[in-house]
Design a binder for this molecule. Structure first.
Ligand SMILES: [Zn+2]
Length: 437
């Protein structure tokens, strides 16, 4: 542990943004080229900024935790900031940064799959680097958490793809309709990091669909995407009780994927009845920390259930019940339960941090639906960069800064200090290690 004085000394003359760029380049040396390569649908004769300038500017907005497009344009309007972005992007010249209107216009025309391609590049690089190997379940399966959440709610119709839900107005008692946008995420949970690897927007194809889109339908589409992108990746799906159903089990069988789902007793009654019956026979009513039953028949397959009973400090019993296709043994019961419980991470660190902390994904940056999707995907990409920095930077590990301090240090650095081309060239190879904190 450093003393306060040592911390001040350590912090003096530190360029936090340069530190961030070093980590970015360590993992993704072709990131700028990837940004350059997106299919640009703008009218080529009116173009002032290349896609890499527009995309990197908006990524930095998220990295620095800037809430609105307007304040981004104001805060970035500094010579040092423009120069730093020019150097990192390897441009000959850059006199101004794109105004937020220019950025929103660009995002309104950009196909979301272009940004998905960039995210795939990032994730594949991380796998190649083999820096996350220790977080596989039983040394083999990558834990991928699936979870849906709402990102925008409107009182009036926003676009033809909105989900609609009726509700009763508290004051007038009238039945009204809320218009919403929801999203389903697949996130890789590796140690303290929760990295988005695929996104599916839950949306109606048009206004007149007889049945609205839902999380499980979106799940089927998301799975197709995942399978196409990461063909041979050994995956373990982690999700809540909604997923404990025949169509999802079938998908897992077909792709040879493992699953661990939270299990609510009423989700499949026959299965929970058999589990409880065997439990009362084997334990005679005495509760043990872990209890499991393998090979419970369900339709044409066998499923396994494991339960952890935790007694809290005030003598309250907490039960965590999971259904899985891992064969449960004395040796792996604890590991499987721990893996299943990682689902809370996507809720806490994943969505909450993105909604209330660093990014405010619910903020409507722009009204165009396609641009909104792209804003969302860019936050996911920025969040990967931020987490690798937050948990990978040696400097940050020593200084133990809060999220708020990190983002403001980064912003301060890009606005006041200059990185030169020579600085970047001189960068030594760094080592980045991730552990559980
Ligand atoms: Zn809409």
């Amino acid at each position: 542990m450093l003393t306060r004085k040592e911390k001040r000394e350590r912090e003096k003359n530190q360029n936090f943004f340069f530190d961030f760029v070093k980590i970015q380049n360590h993992f993704f040396k072709d990131l700028v080229d990837q940004l350059k390569k997106v299919k640009d649908k703008r009218h080529q004769s009116y173009i002032t900024y290349g896609p890499e300038t527009i995309l990197y500017t908006i990524l930095l907005k998220s990295v620095f935790g800037i809430k609105s497009m307007r304040s981004m344009t104001e805060l970035f309007n500094k010579d040092e900031c423009i120069e730093n972005i020019r150097v990192v992007l390897g441009l000959k010249e850059l006199n101004e940064l794109p105004h937020y209107d220019t950025i929103n216009d660009f995002l309104a025309k950009l196909e979301p799959k272009e940004l998905e391609t960039i995210r795939i590049y990032l994730i594949k690089k991380l796998f190649e680097k083999r820096c996350l190997e220790s977080f596989r379940i039983l040394n083999k399966y990558w834990p991928i958490v699936f979870d849906g959440t709402g990102i925008h709610t409107f009182k009036e119709k926003h676009c033809e793809h909105c989900l609609r839900r009726e509700y009763k107005d508290k004051e007038t008692g009238e039945t009204k309709v809320a218009y919403m946008h929801h999203v389903l995420e697949a996130k890789l949970v590796v140690g303290d990091m929760v990295l988005s690897i695929a996104t599916e927007f839950i949306e109606n194809e048009s206004e007149n669909v007889p049945k609205q889109d839902c999380e499980l339908k979106a799940f089927m589409r998301l799975v197709d995407k995942l399978k196409k992108t990461f063909k041979r990746l050994p995956i373990c799906l982690i999700a809540d009780s909604l997923y404990a159903c025949e169509p999802v089990f079938e998908i897992c069988d077909k792709h040879n994927w493992k699953y661990i789902f939270r299990f609510k007793e009423d989700r499949i009654k026959t299965v929970s009845q058999e589990f409880r019956a065997i439990q009362s026979l084997e334990t005679n009513g005495k509760s043990s920390e872990y209890f499991w039953v393998n090979d419970i028949a369900y339709n044409d397959r066998l499923v396994n259930l494991v339960e952890k009973v935790k007694v809290t400090e005030n003598e309250k019993k907490q039960e965590f019940l999971f259904i899985t296709n891992f064969r449960i043994t004395e040796r792996n019961a604890e590991i499987l339960v721990q893996a299943g419980r990682r689902r809370w991470k996507i809720e806490n660190e994943g969505f909450n941090n993105q909604k209330n902390g660093w990014y405010e994904i619910e903020h409507v940056n722009c009204h165009n639906y396609n641009a909104l999707k792209n804003h969302y995907l860019l936050v996911q990409i920025a969040d990967i960069l931020v987490q690798l920095y937050k948990y990978g930077s040696k400097l940050l590990k020593q200084l133990k800064k809060s999220a708020k301090e990190i983002s403001s240090k980064l912003l301060e650095a890009i606005r006041t200090r200059i990185i030169t081309v020579e600085d970047l060239k001189k960068c030594k190879k760094i080592q980045v290690r991730f552990t559980y904190t």
